[in-house]
Design a protein around this ligand. Structure first.
Ligand SMILES: [Zn+2]
Length: 151
């Protein structure tokens, strides 16, 4: 399962009742994205909640793909967001705190940790391949990203 399958909407029951519609707990579930993307009923949310929902929509659902929000861009962008937080030196617990402040989302820090670990392993493999292929510059670039993550 991808990490984006393990990102949840905080207070999703409260959110559902404010919206008067049932949204799933998973932030990247189709039905959740539909509500966010279409924006139906968002005016019923209290201001703090609405602001975060709108931030989420504008930060992750803003592509122009025909199949938006099912094009995969939201998930890719969210993964980039997680990696950026990691590159800033945040650990799994702090990353969960930040996503909760930013977008009212949460995840289990153990899931975030294993996501970061597997990211580092993927980069190690890529670094090895670049070395074999003699792409020195590429290898240094990959190593830099990896070191940022592993810090
Ligand atoms: Zn897209």
């Amino acid at each position: 399962m991808a990490i984006t399958d393990k990102i949840y909407v905080k207070n999703h029951r409260q959110l559902s009742s404010q919206l008067e519609t049932n949204i799933p707990k998973g932030a990247f579930k189709g039905a959740t994205l539909d509500v966010l993307f279409q924006g139906n009923g968002l005016e019923k949310l209290d201001e703090a909640t609405r602001e975060r929902v709108l931030d989420f929509a504008s930060d992750f659902l803003d592509c122009n793909c025909d199949t938006n929000p099912y094009c995969g861009c939201p998930e890719r962008k969210f993964i980039r967001y997680l990696l950026e937080l990691r590159a800033q030196g945040l650990g799994p617990d702090a990353i969960v705190d930040v996503m909760s402040d930013d977008y009212m989302l949460y995840a289990y820090s153990g899931d975030v940790l294993s996501f970061l670990d597997s990211g580092i392993r993927t980069l190690e493999a890529a670094e090895g391949l670049a070395r074999v292929d003699g792409h020195g510059e590429k290898r240094d670039e990959i190593r830099q990203v990896k070191d940022d993550l592993a810090r």
